[in-house]
Design a protein around this ligand. Structure first.
Ligand code: F6P
Length: 343
């Protein structure tokens, strides 16, 4: 009887998920394995919801954003009997292996299910936040940075026409990678990230300095996860305990503080989920495809408890436990590149 690989996509969606699914299905089919989608992340295993996937079903999905198999932020460890249901569904559907495509939360669950319950799982690192250790880059990140950079370019022209300060709030949760990369690429005049303390007076001073040397507009990029004086969390958390950041309004607060301190007219743009939508960049399509092929190969080799990862230009296998042990945040050297252009 043919062996069967299941796959799920968990956490926030991102461009490139479908490219991974296509690669896993194509590679598995070539090797004589059947493929099955677990619908809507870990929720699909808790509730036993599956869908057969063949070469036909994945045809044409490479450039499509989102995930054709659905996603959720379900954490089986937080549900009554959740883990038992996951293991039971896995057995009932007669799966031989599982490919979990996700970020720190989804892969954290995969890692625990492997070490504590022996679930034969292989991980694939996705997230626009690029905050997973163990891999140089996650797929989805390049697309998000491309979208944010384009937005900054567009804001430049309108900022210049109106002599305004434009604040752009980007995603990234606990890591400032999107802010730093899009800010550098878009020529931002100040970039604020969760890894660095924010001082409103310093921000205002950078803007004043810039205007003093003849520039009459500025672009300020802020990461949604920045801690700002006076900004309270809503207290609303998901099943992984993460505060819902989009509701904190750090961009708005920063905009007000800048306007008060400098007297320059200021407008705020929150990019939000636009950064996660639409078609993946060619770079993300290729990275996601390579990850998918590697994950399928690892399942066939029985190398469970591992994650496909990018190291330099190579796709390698790293232990899931290592990849989920800590977040990859922006180191000071990277921030220094951004800071060189402040003011
Ligand atoms: O982890 C990806 C991400 O887009 C973060 O950058 C952001 O904080 C979060 O997801 C938003 O989550 P949701 O889509 O549940 O609002």
């Amino acid at each position: 009887m043919a062996k069967t690989v299941g796959m799920l996509t968990g956490g926030g969606d991102c461009p490139g998920l479908n490219a991974v699914i296509r690669a896993v299905v194509r590679s598995s089919d070539e090797a004589g394995w059947d493929s099955v989608a677990v619908l809507e992340g870990w929720r699909g295993l808790v509730e036993g919801r599956f869908q057969d996937l063949g070469v036909q079903e994945v045809s044409g999905i490479l450039p499509r954003g989102g995930t054709i198999i659905g996603t959720s932020r379900t954490n089986p460890f937080k549900l009554d009997g959740g883990v038992e249901k996951v293991l039971q569904s896995f057995r009932d559907r007669e799966l031989d292996a599982l490919v979990a495509i996700g970020g720190e939360d989804t892969l954290g669950v995969a890692s625990r299910l492997f070490t504590e319950y022996g679930l034969p799982v292989v991980g694939v690192p996705k997230t626009i936040d690029n905050d997973l250790s163990g891999t140089d880059y996650t797929f989805g990140f390049d697309t998000a940075v491309t979208i944010a950079t384009e937005a900054i370019d567009r804001l430049h022209t309108t900022a210049e026409s109106h002599n305004r300060v434009m604040v752009v709030e980007v995603m990234g949760r606990h890591a400032g990678w999107i802010a730093v990369m899009s800010g550098i690429a878009g020529g931002a005049d100040v970039i604020l990230i969760p890894e660095q303390p924010v001082d409103f007076d310093e921000v205002a001073e950078s803007i004043r300095k810039r205007h003093a040397r003849g520039k009459n507009f500025s672009i300020v990029v802020i990461s949604e996860g920045c801690e700002l004086p006076g900004v309270q969390d809503s207290g609303e958390v998901d099943q992984f305990g993460h505060v819902i950041l989009g509701n904190r309004g750090v961009g708005e607060v920063l905009g007000r503080e800048i306007e008060q301190r400098t007297g320059f007219e200021t407008r705020v743009t929150v990019l939000g989920h636009v950064q996660r939508g639409g078609s993946p960049t060619p770079r993300d399509r290729v990275l996601a495809t390579r990850f998918g092929l590697k994950a399928a190969e690892l399942t066939r080799a029985g190398e469970f408890g591992t994650m496909a990862a990018l190291r330099g230009d190579d796709i390698v296998a790293v232990p899931l436990a290592e990849a989920t042990a800590e977040l990859k945040t922006v180191p000071p050297e990277w921030y220094a590149v951004a800071q060189a252009f402040f003011g």
